[in-house]
Design a protein around this ligand. Structure first.
Ligand code: PMP
Length: 450
């Protein structure tokens, strides 16, 4: 902590913030207690923040309204999916039309081709694409396909990279530093109780931004490696373009497939993150906004690999099934979302992003707060640490108590961000006044927390 901040008195404790939170959200509290009777931890999924999470009754544009009738400006965007804001008329119209035609028909619904063509048109490395129901499914199928195509058993992923919740990738996502081994040769640490004991043996862990170690680890394992799955952490970690391109070059050189995970990153530009990095991966995974707010995943890439799923001339031995794959509502909502995301829309979003990230960085600098603001396009993260956000271990030094207090201080002022202040996002429903308001609210949060 810098001297300037040490001089500021910490005038609002987290206990009193949580007391006000309880006083102002009794209905959310009661609802959470009710959920806890039937759902472990009271949570609908993994997300929890103390003392209990808010229940949001309604969303409209950039606003969320909780059960207690309070209004929040949404900078979380349902884990980055809601890039148009909530209930955009184009999305509502598309799903209403589809609902009248049929919700699930057990056949092509005539709505799949257009979004598939749109994705293949926008993302240059996509010759073919398949849809599924979540990002987790997308990475599961892409990895399985890479193993089958290459005939090799192992995969490599980056330390701190997240690719969903199946065994192969719930490894070294957030390993405790004391278990993580040397920075140049990270140990493969399982993060999921009950995962196959073989999962960790099959995953080689790579450090971000360390070309020498990546080169050595890939060379050591090259005969066994089917793929490198790469979470580029758009707006979550500052990744050098040179490093991203190095990962493409070395995997090509060693004949290892590269799977680029754009489940979050696709939202940063018209042609996806790979457009920004001038990159052509072998396979790419998608999710989130591609379903316009409905459950979705997608993966695609080189025709010679993807065509293993083509069983029309006899069994290839490769399958990707799923009762709800390419669900008509997700397809039409996703297409309606993509249609709004024109190059002009991205210019506007990028402008809002720059305004926010510049403003936050200036604020923290002026107030002497050790904070890292990572921002790329519409995704941003804030870490309270003096270490640059360039690898997992640096980010892991962020102060969680300060983060929690700042999150509550912002909520108190009507700003809803991701509870760990990482992977926040902007939507087209926001304007400059909301962005300036968040910077001002952060100034007040700094007054209260430090
Ligand atoms: N990959 C990345 C980069 C993600 O951020 C996520 C989800 N946050 C996933 C994969 C998994 O997607 P899903 O939650 O839809 O399974």
């Amino acid at each position: 902590m810098s001297d300037a901040v040490e001089k500021l008195s910490k005038n609002v404790s987290i206990d009193s913030m949580e007391d006000s939170y309880r006083a102002e959200s009794p209905k959310s509290r009661a609802y959470f207690e009710r959920c806890s009777m039937t759902m472990p931890g009271g949570a609908k999924g993994a997300y929890f923040y103390a003392p209990y999470p808010l229940t949001m009754e309604r969303g409209e544009g950039c606003y969320l309204f909780d059960l207690d009738g309070r209004k929040f400006i949404d900078f979380a965007g349902h884990h980055t999916t809601q890039i148009l804001g909530h209930n955009h008329p184009a999305v509502i119209q598309a799903i209403e039309k589809q609902m009248k035609q049929g919700i699930a028909l057990g056949a092509h619904a005539g709505v799949e081709a257009e979004i598939a063509e749109t994705m293949c048109h926008r993302v240059k490395s996509l010759d073919r694409i398949r849809f599924c129901n979540s990002g987790t499914e997308a990475t599961l199928h892409a990895i399985r396909l890479a193993r089958g195509f290459s005939g090799r058993p192992k995969i490599a992923k980056f330390e701190g990279g997240y690719h969903g919740s199946h065994d192969a990738v719930e490894v070294s996502v957030a390993p405790p530093l004391e278990k993580a081994g040397p920075a140049t040769a990270p140990v493969s640490v399982s993060g999921a109780g009950g995962a196959s004991p073989h999962a960790t043996e099959e995953v080689v862990i790579l450090p971000y931004h360390d070309e020498d170690s990546v080169k050595r680890l890939l060379n050591e394992n090259r005969d066994e490696l089917a793929c490198v799955i790469f979470d580029p952490k758009a707006g979550i970690m500052n990744l050098d373009k040179d490093f991203v391109q190095f990962v493409r070059e070395i995997t090509k050189e060693l004949d290892i497939l590269l799977i680029f995970d754009e489940i979050v990153g696709f939202r940063v530009s018209w042609g996806g993150l790979q457009e920004i990095y001038s990159l052509s991966p072998d396979l790419t995974t998608f999710g989130k906004l591609v379903g316009g707010g409905f459950p979705v995943g997608a993966f695609g890439g080189r025709a010679d690999i993807m065509n293993l799923f083509d069983n029309t001339s006899g069994p290839t031995g490769f399958f990707q099934s799923g009762t709800f794959s390419a669900h008509p509502l997700a397809m039409v909502a996703g297409l309606a979302t993509l249609e709004q995301l024109t190059p002009e829309a991205f210019n506007r979003l990028n402008g809002l992003g720059e305004r926010l990230y510049t403003g936050l960085r200036k604020l923290f600098r002026d107030r002497g707060v050790d904070a890292q603001v990572v921002g790329l396009g519409t995704v941003f993260s804030i870490y309270f640490t003096d270490k640059e956000a360039v690898n997992y271990r640096n980010i892991a030094t962020a102060d969680t108590a300060i983060t929690h207090s700042v999150f509550h201080a912002l909520l108190q002022q009507g700003y809803f961000l991701s509870h760990n202040l990482s992977m926040n996002s902007l939507s087209l429903a926001l304007d400059e006044s909301h962005v300036d308001g968040l910077i001002e609210a952060m100034g007040q949060a700094v007054n209260e927390v430090f």
